[in-house]
Design a protein around this ligand. Structure first.
Ligand SMILES: Cc1ncc(COP(=O)(O)O)c(C=O)c1O
Length: 409
């Protein structure tokens, strides 16, 4: 039987009710994916079906509770396929930031004053503040490695060069949510693992664009957020089984001390967990494969191809406009289809507001990558950020370029 071709962008778009929205008589083009993608009908249906028919708390002996247990278990399996992990290595939480605060507090218990944590300046502060807070509690030293400001990239040798005999942890972002830079986290993780240093990867901006394989990567922990890959607002923490078991997280005593539950706190958003599984199935359904992981691999290859074409088109179109300055690595470098720019003489807030009048929805500011924006010397207005997603079309990209071109100088 001939293999079915991957789903076209038009077919994908039909799944997203949000894309039917108009603003000032123009169809809305959502370029705000790095802040949170739109959600397909499959995810909305799964969440409302859970709430309508299966809603319960966990671990009790009646059907809706048992169904909830089963649905959470199935969601862990789906995330395991997405990350290349085991289902017992997948913990859920409110978002990446709160999971990381929780993990950080537990991880540093037992570390000695003067032990060191290595971070980079290319991070979202969700991957800075939790480590700094934990370090302050225990008298640890935080070393922050700068990035190359001209191209918005990390020098991984410099990150590795920051490791010393007291380094206990390196926490590094896989992809910059501000500039789209994809960093060579594999080399950093391998070097750290060889020295017995714990590794934490912030994959929130990477996972919508890069399919992780945590076993191959070899990291101890990796965090991401379902709302960046077409799911609901939910955080995900992968931890290598032994690492998850070892971390001394604060616990409410009767709660299970087995993995992955020992890392989770209180009652979860079951509907979001169910929605997360539906988002992963949606992604896997973009292409074909013998099983979900293989389908995801095929889907991500297509997403990468389409995303690369869109970001090249966007980058070149914007670069040709007078008064537009682009930041981050050029299209040929490893990057996500997230393009950051400023328009000379116009505040980023005003750029975003004027583009919104044309039905072009973009985010602006520092996106919590505050140090990145500071190092770029941009001040509080920060950047304008356009992110392409699986539903973005070349037409929308052209509308955006024309919209920026039409801004009064
Ligand atoms: C790279 C990166 N890290 C961390 C976060 C924080 O994620 P959450 O909102 O799930 O806490 C974000 C959110 O935008 C992000 O883009």
């Amino acid at each position: 039987m001939a293999a079915k071709s991957p789903r076209s962008v038009d077919e994908i778009r039909a799944d997203f009710p949000a894309l039917r929205r108009c603003h000032r008589n123009q169809p809305v083009a959502f370029f705000d994916g790095p802040g949170g993608t739109q959600v397909p009908q499959q995810v909305i249906d799964a969440m409302s079906d859970y709430l309508a028919r299966h809603n319960a708390n966990t671990h009790w002996a009646y059907p809706t509770s048992q169904e909830t247990d089963r649905l959470i278990g199935e969601a862990r399996l789906a995330v395991a396929d997405l990350l290349g992990a085991g289902a017992d290595e997948v913990a859920f939480g409110l978002n990446m930031t709160s999971l990381t605060f929780h993990l950080a507090r537990g991880l540093v218990r037992g570390w000695d004053a003067g032990d060191e944590i290595v971070l980079t300046e290319l991070e979202h502060h969700g991957n800075i503040a939790p480590w700094e807070a934990a370090a302050a509690d225990r008298g640890l030293v935080v070393r922050r490695v700068p990035f190359r400001v001209d191209e918005g990239t990390l020098d991984v040798d410099q990150v590795i060069g920051a490791f010393g005999p007291r380094t206990r942890l390196v926490a590094i972002g896989w992809a910059s949510n501000a500039l789209g830079t994809v960093s060579d986290v594999g080399t950093v993780v391998a070097a750290a693992a060889g020295r017995g240093i714990t590794t934490f990867v912030d994959a929130v901006h990477a996972v919508p664009h890069v399919l992780p394989d945590v076993r191959r990567l070899g990291c101890d922990f990796l965090a991401c957020s379902a709302y960046k890959f077409y799911g609901p607002h939910l955080g995900i923490l992968y931890g290598r089984a032994a690492a998850l078991l070892a971390v001394e997280v604060p616990k409410v005593r009767p709660a299970p001390d087995t993995i992955p539950e020992r890392i989770e706190t209180g009652t979860q958003s079951h509907e979001a967990i169910v929605g997360c599984r539906a988002a992963i199935d949606f992604l896997a359904g973009l292409a074909q494969g013998a099983d979900r992981r293989t389908a995801l691999e095929a889907a991500y290859r297509i997403l990468h191809e389409r995303g690369t074409a869109l970001q090249e088109r966007l980058w070149r179109g914007l670069a040709a406009l007078p008064g537009v300055a682009l930041f981050g690595p050029p299209p040929a470098a490893p990057r996500t289809p997230t393009v950051a720019f400023v328009v000379k003489g116009i505040r980023s807030t005003d750029v975003a507001a004027r583009l919104a009048e044309k039905g072009l929805f973009l985010s602006h500011g520092d996106f919590y990558a505050k140090t990145v924006v500071e190092r770029l010397g941009l001040g509080p207005q920060g950047l304008v950020r356009a992110g392409c997603a699986c539903y973005t079309t070349a037409d929308e990209v052209d509308r955006l370029i024309a919209g920026v071109a039409s801004l009064p100088s």
